[in-house]
Ligand binder design. Sequence first.
Ligand code: NAP
Length: 251
Amino acid sequence: MARLAGKIAVVTGSGGGIGRSVAQLFAAEGAHVYIADIDGAAAEATVLAISAQGQTATAVACDVTRGQDVTALVRTLETRHGKADIVVNNAGINVRAEFRHLTDEEWSRLRDVNLDGVVRIARDTFPLLKASGHGSLINIASIMGHRGLRQLAAYSATKGAVAALTRALSVEYAVFGIRVNTISPGFIETAMTRRILKTPPIRKALLEQTPLRRFGTGEDIARAALFFAGEDSTFVTGSELLVDGGMFAAL
Ligand code: NAP
């Protein structure tokens, strides 16, 4: 039996990577998923992948840093469904820079997407999640919110903030029947990490720091998202699930 039958879901940044895997699994489990990505063509490609599985989905060009895009997305959902049962704040970017050389522009862009985008979506989809009666908001942070690696301090700061926001917001939204949880992935092979994970010494060092001795896949994160989205986690809110192959435990 499909675990998300009849649910309306939104996944930001689902034109590729982890977001696409989440959208594909949610669709396979019966949800109608809105594929919201800055790149409309990439969003359409995810819709095609979902069609190939035998389900339907809707592509929406939405840059989470643009208030008007988010407002338009919310209006579309409001008009068509009057609710959203599951919202996944997945859109994110990385900027690798020695912190002392980080430019104001790099920091603004990182914060705009990784933190302000999450704030905007979490705030503006509230009426839709409330209308669901059992909304689930899932924020994708990172293991990097808990540890340090050279050139990733600014990224770590945004992801630590997302986890802190999630915990605090879970208390505020619980009154409205909305659960709010964080997934913190370890190193997952996607476009975001492709270049560094192809650098042999870095790949070797990171694998050595990962007790399960592999990098994650989008599907690993999608399965965690399914847990938070569905009926298996109805008493779980304000929690953070590390999906990192044991990297944090091994610190
Ligand atoms: P990805 O492959 O780069 O996918 C991110 C997606 O988000 C892309 O389709 C990207 O579009 C889109 N996007 C970027 N900026 C956006 C914006 N302003 N509005 C809407 N969509 C936007 O990255 P990923 O690895 O799947 O990462 C997904 C999430 O997991 C991110 O929040 C990331 O920080 C987090 N995460 C990833 C890892 C990892 O190891 N991969 C680990 C921990 C956490 P474009 O391609 O056009 O930019």
